[in-house]
Design a protein around this ligand. Structure first.
Ligand code: UDP
Length: 140
């Protein structure tokens, strides 16, 4: 199986509750390696750019407001099948529908404030990594 990289973000609801370590441990326990990580308090404009694909959705304003309301931790994760593996560990978007043992089941408080983001495909992973990191910040 191919070694992949994916983009992960620990969202403001989780950083505010001091869950950065607990969430990162779940990722590492699943075999993913953190090859880049930094804490970012994104601007409203950065949030709008990052979530541009959702700009016509009814939750877009609320989402961008939330994402720029407190710090996030942006990360690059590396491992076998990293994109799908990360999505599995995250759990469903709505924590009420997330499987036992997933990050969102354990930590998320609502469909909007759902603790983590993870890329959903190789193309978005590459784009999202590039949005937040330069090549020299990624140390595999
Ligand atoms: N979101 C929301 N309300 C919704 C659906 C999504 O606030 O009804 C937010 C939520 O924070 C979610 C993000 O928008 O994580 C992106 O939505 P997407 O459907 O891409 O879910 P994800 O890939 O994060 O599971």
């Amino acid at each position: 199986m191919a070694i992949e990289r994916t983009f992960s973000m620990i969202k403001p609801d989780a950083t505010k509750r001091n869950l950065t370590g607990a969430i990162t441990k779940k990722l590492e326990d699943a075999g993913l390696r953190v090859v880049a990580s930094k804490r970012v308090w994104m601007s409203r404009r950065q949030a709008e750019g990052f979530y541009a694909v959702h700009k016509e959705r009814p939750f877009f304003d609320e989402l961008c407001e939330f994402m720029s309301s407190a710090p996030t931790v942006v990360q690059v994760l590396e491992g076998e099948n990293a994109i799908l593996k990360n999505r599995e560990i995250m759990g469903a978007t709505n924590p009420a529908e997330a499987a036992e043992g997933t990050i969102r089941k354990e930590f998320a408080t609502s469909i909007g404030e759902n603790s983590v983001h993870g890329s959903d495909a190789p193309e978005t992973a590459a784009e999202e990594i590039r949005y937040w990191f330069s090549d020299t910040e990624i140390v595999g």
